[in-house]
Design a binder for this molecule. Structure first.
Ligand code: CDP
Length: 228
């Protein structure tokens, strides 16, 4: 397996804006952007559609694991696909959000996703966001960032995002889902969400996206002479 040229790992709590930040940074600095959370969401959608995960929160772990190798989950230019089907809008629903953390806590699901993340990253400059990129998936990443922000500010951002998409969630449900996912993600046994000791913390409670990118630019200019 080739080791990618440069990996930037962006980890942090739910709805801290990791994806928006990482996507913009990827375009700005010429990296491939990979959204590891989308992979867990894709597995969760597959589990729901195949009857391995129910609205009650029950998961048929054995059934799900047995089905995984037949699932062609991959990224194309327009986002995550299962086979030919674009599943982007579906994986961002509150239904998927409320089941994804229990699904992502299953060690074999994590191993399956990690293998694919390594394959997708082979031989390139990659910026990847998630919960355990700098700690487990790429512990030798050249640059690690840990994102955080005030929980109510995060809930408001996610709520606005969903409303802009035409959904009508309650802010209370969004807030509760976010805290519950943070709790499950931080306390699970396999690869819990923790800050890597060598990560730079980005608290963007009072920052604009532009300020975040300027912050990152300072960091990577100091580290990689190739990037401008
Ligand atoms: O969009 P948001 O930041 O809220 O979440 P996401 O990045 O789409 O990830 C969805 C869920 O996948 C998280 O709440 C975690 O349970 C799980 N996840 C994980 O366990 N490990 C990762 N590297 C990425 C996501």
């Amino acid at each position: 397996m080739n080791v990618p040229d440069i990996i930037i790992a962006v980890d942090g709590y739910s709805s801290t804006g990791k994806s928006t930040f990482a996507k913009l940074a990827a375009g700005r600095f010429g990296f491939l952007y990979l959204d590891s959370g989308a992979m867990y969401r894709g597995v969760t959608l597959h589990a729901m559609e195949s009857g391995f995960a129910g609205a009650s929160g029950s998961i048929d772990t054995a059934g799900l694991l047995a089905s995984l190798d037949g699932v062609d989950l991959h990224f194309e230019a327009d986002g995550l696909h299962i086979g030919k089907r674009l599943i982007e809008p579906l994986i961002r629903s509150l239904e998927v959000s409320s089941l994804v953390s229990p699904v992502a806590a299953i060690p074999e699901v994590r191993a399956w996703v990690d293998k694919r993340l390594h394959l997708f990253s082979e031989g390139g400059r990659v910026i990847m966001d998630g919960r355990d990129i700098g700690t487990t998936v790429f512990p030798n990443a050249e640059l690690k960032i840990f994102m955080t922000a005030d929980p109510m500010v995060r809930a408001r951002r996610r709520f606005d995002e969903m409303v802009a998409k035409g959904e009508s969630p309650s802010i209370d449900d969004v807030y509760k889902n976010l805290l519950e996912r943070d709790r499950i993600d931080s306390t699970r046994e396999t690869s819990p969400l923790t800050q890597a000791p060598d990560a730079f913390v980005l608290d963007n409670t009072d920052m604009t996206l532009h300020e975040e990118i300027v912050w990152l630019q300072g960091l990577i200019q100091g580290r990689f002479s190739i990037l401008g």
